[in-house]
Each structure stands twice: as structure tokens, then as C-alpha cells.
Design a protein around this ligand. Structure first.
Ligand code: AMP
Ligand code: GLY
Length: 411
């Protein structure tokens, strides 16, 4: 956004030391809608982008729109597409959108009965927001029973007061992004994420340990199917039901033998998917976001992306996705960026004496471009290796599926 000629002054809340290089950080409590509105009125803000899921589900966009601002991001009602897995499954059923069979369960007894119906393997999801960690893919009935017991025991707080039990789908996963103002829909590219914490896709799920874009496995033909069978019917159903969806719609997909099926929606750009999309975007981001906010998406040019591949490798603090070690020192980011990579900050903090340290689970996103996934990967890891972060770790195999395909193509 800072790169756009349309941007005069940029503010961010809460931001981090990386964002602070491009925007003025303001201390705003995002749950205090009146305070956010007052700040935006005082500064005469021309566009507000509500990024993460928590303020979206909390309806911050509604409060800002009611005050007359141009706002990018779905309303509280529309953000239910991310905020409630049960809501999304019911909408898919009403609109005939391909997705896994499911049952919503509000009690342990209902959940246990549903498990018997599906048999293992089966997928158990907390209904509400759980930072990407509220899903258990159970390979055995014993695991499945333990997962529902946990969820009704409060493992995910109020997010787990209701669970969705789903049929297990098999296939490769890919993510597709669309921008919409509620009527017009434009493709915003694809990516592939690596959710498991460990190399080889093992260990617990995380918010994402790395990603690359584009995901070539989502061919033009498949992308057209995703648009016509999944995204467009969703946007239409939301509008028809009085909850028009405006913002970015992130479709998590399973590419099954029967065609692409929806795993879940996110109401935001995805982390770390956003990082790779932004590295490839050639259009003016602010122009696009403003057009979504002002219902003018049909009157501007569709987003253009570089044909290059972008890859991002997440450096996380030891302990993540459990309790991360905070406070570990980070050095040599300028050396990493001198290789041509970009290092986006996530959970970092800067002390008074200028020392950067880890302040959360996922800490840095080391991002590079290349003509192939392999080239982007090699560049990203050269930059990773330039960084000193002794209390952190990263996966070493981001992009492995696509690299195997590239190698197979080259014989
Ligand atoms: P979600 O948070 O809904 O994207 O789920 C997290 C991860 O769990 C997905 O990326 C998939 O790897 C897996 N998953 C979710 N739902 C299913 C399903 N119905 N069948 C197989 N795997 C699933
Ligand atoms: N990386 C997955 C997400 O942002 O939900």
C-alpha cells in the first residue's frame, strides 16, 4: 500500500517493526469501534483496510461504513464465511457448492453419533475462529473421539462450543483468491500453503509455515471451475440472502478426483499467502482495494501478476505452534535483503536499543522471486541462511510438491 501513488499517509494498527518502516503505527484498540472511527475522522482517512479475521468477525467494517468511510473487508454478517464453519457448510448446501459432507453438532452426544455415521478417517472442526488450529484430521475412531471430547471440554474455548464433523476428502490442496465488491468478481491468483509444522508435512497444523504462488496445480481449467462452481455461487448466495460479501475471498480447495471442492473460506488474504501474492502483484493494490470498497470493481482493469514464482519461508519461534519462546534475538535482516529477498515481519518487537526480537509464534517471512519454484526456493533459503535467529526454526522443504513436478518435467 505504501508503494501506491494513491497513498498519501499510511497508518497501521497494531503493526510491527517491519510495518513501521512504511507506516505510522497507531495505538488503537480494535475492539473499541468508536475510538477507531474517531481516529479515522480526525485524520480524514480515505480508505480503511481491515485485514485480520478477528476485527472482521467483530464487525469493525460495519461501524466504519456506518460512519461513511470507504472500507475494504466484509461486513460482520459476510465474515461468517470464515467465522463459522457451520454457516459456510449450510450455505454450500443451499447453493449446491461442492464440499465435504458434514454434520453440525452442538453437544458431545450429537458429535459422537455423527462420528459413527462417517467412520474413520474423519475431520473434526471447531465451529469458530481458532487461528488455523481448530481442525483435527482423525485417521482412527479413537483419535476422532478424543478430538470431540477435547473440543467439548473447551480446548478451543467458545470456538469449540459447536463442532462440524466432515467427510474426509483426498487430493492435493490449493488456495484460490478472488476480489469482489459483492457483484463483480476478479481472480486474484493462487497459492499453495504448507500447514504442518514439520518437513514432509508432518506434525501439528499451524497458521502456515510457507507458501508459493502461483499454484500451477490449479490449472486455468480448474480455476475456471472454481470460479463458476464455488466462488460465484457463494458471492451470489450471500447477496441474495442480504449479506453481500465484499473484500477478498480466499477459497481453500481440495482438488479431488471429482473436481475441486471447498475445504473452507477465509475472509482475508491469508498469512503467509498474502506475502507471495504481493510479491507478484503488478497492479496498484490501493486502486483495487478502493474499487472493492466503493463497489466499482467492474470499472477498473483486472489485477495483473508477474509470471514469476514467489516463495515465502516462515521463520517461527521454537515451541510454535504450542507456546513459542519469546524474546529470542534476531540479526542480519539487512544481509538477507541484500540477496534480493524481502523479509516481512510477523511477530517481532524492537527494543529501545534497536535490538529486534521474536514476539510471537510466526516471526519472519523470508520471500523471494524466481523464474521457477526451484529458483524462488533457492533464493529464499539463501536469505533465510543469512539471518541469525538462534531460538527459531523453519521448514526446509517449502514448495516440495511443485519442485518434484518441475524436476519430473525436466526429466
Ligand atoms: P481448514 O482450517 O478448514 O482449512 O482445515 C485445515 C486443514 O485440515 C486443511 O488444510 C486440510 O489439510 C485439512 N482438512 C480440512 N477439512 C478436510 C476434509 N474434509 N478432508 C480432508 N482434509 C481436510
Ligand atoms: N495460511 C492460512 C491462513 O492464513 O489461513
Amino acid at each position: 500500500m505504501a508503494q501506491s501513488p494513491l497513498t498519501g499517509k499510511l497508518y497501521a494498527a497494531p503493526g510491527n517493526p517491519g510495518v513501521a518502516e512504511h507506516a505510522e503505527i497507531v495505538a488503537l484498540e480494535l475492539t473499541d469501534h468508536a475510538a477507531v472511527v474517531t481516529f479515522c475522522e480526525t485524520q480524514r482517512v480515505g480508505l480503511i483496510v481491515v485485514g485480520p479475521e478477528a476485527p472482521l468477525v467483530d464487525g469493525l467494517t460495519d461501524s466504519l461504513r456506518a460512519a461513511g468511510f470507504s472500507v475494504f473487508g466484509p461486513s460482520r454478517a459476510a465474515a461468517q464465511l470464515e467465522g463459522s464453519k457451520g454457516f459456510t457448510k449450510d450455505l454450500c448446501e443451499r447453493a449446491g457448492i461442492p464440499t465435504a459432507g458434514y454434520v453440525r453438532a452442538k453437544s458431545l452426544a450429537e458429535a459422537r453419533a455423527a462420528l459413527t455415521r462417517f467412520g474413520a478417517p474423519v475431520v473434526i472442526k471447531a465451529d469458530g475462529l481458532a487461528a488455523g488450529k481448530g481442525v483435527v484430521v482423525a485417521m482412527t475412531m479413537a483419535e476422532a473421539e478424543a478430538a470431540v471430547d477435547d473440543m467439548f471440554d473447551g480446548a478451543f474455548g467458545s470456538a469449540g462450543a459447536e463442532v462440524v464433523i466432515e467427510e474426509f476428502m483426498t487430493g492435493e490442496e490449493a488456495s484460490f483468491f478472488a476480489l469482489t465488491d459483492g457483484a463483480t468478481i476478479v481472480s486474484f491468483g493462487s497459492a499453495q500453503d504448507h500447514k504442518r509444522v514439520g518437513d514432509g508435512d508432518v506434525g501439528p497444523n499451524t497458521g502456515g509455515m510457507g507458501a508459493y504462488s502461483p499454484a500451477r496445480v490449479l490449472t486455468g481449467e480448474l480455476e475456471a471451475q472454481v470460479l463458476s462452481r464455488i466462488v460465484a455461487p457463494t458471492v451470489k448466495a450471500m447477496a441474495d440472502e442480504g449479506m453481500p460479501y465484499s473484500g477478498v475471498l480466499y477459497a481453500g480447495l481440495m482438488l479431488t478426483e471429482e473436481g475441486p471442492k471447498l475445504i473452507e473460506y477465509n475472509a482475508r488474504f491469508g498469512d503467509p499467502e498474502c506475502q507471495v501474492l504481493m510479491m507478484r502483484l503488478e497492479s496498484d493494490l490501493v486502486e483495487l482495494l478502493l474499487a472493492c470498497a466503493d463497489n466499482k470493481l467492474s470499472s477498473i482493469e483486472s489485477p495483473r501478476f508477474s509470471p514469476d514464482v514467489a516463495m515465502t519461508v516462515v521463520m517461527a519461534a521454537n515451541g510454535y505452534p504450542g507456546t513459542p519462546d519469546k524474546g529470542g534475538r534476531i540479526d542480519h535482516i539487512p544481509a538477507a535483503e541484500a540477496t534480493g529477498a524481502r523479509v516481512f515481519h510477523a511477530g517481532t518487537a524492537l527494543s529501545g536499543d534497536g535490538v529486534l526480537s521474536a514476539n510471537g509464534g510466526r516471526v519472519l517471512n523470508v520471500t523471494a522471486r524466481g523464474a521457477s519454484v526451484k529458483e524462488a526456493r533457492d533464493r529464499a533459503y539463501v536469505a533465510v541462511d543469512a539471518i541469525s535467529f538462534p531460538t527459531g526454526f523453519c521448514r526446509r522443504d517449502i514448495g516440495w510438491r511443485e519442485i518434484e513436478r518441475e524436476e519430473a518435467e525436466q526429466g
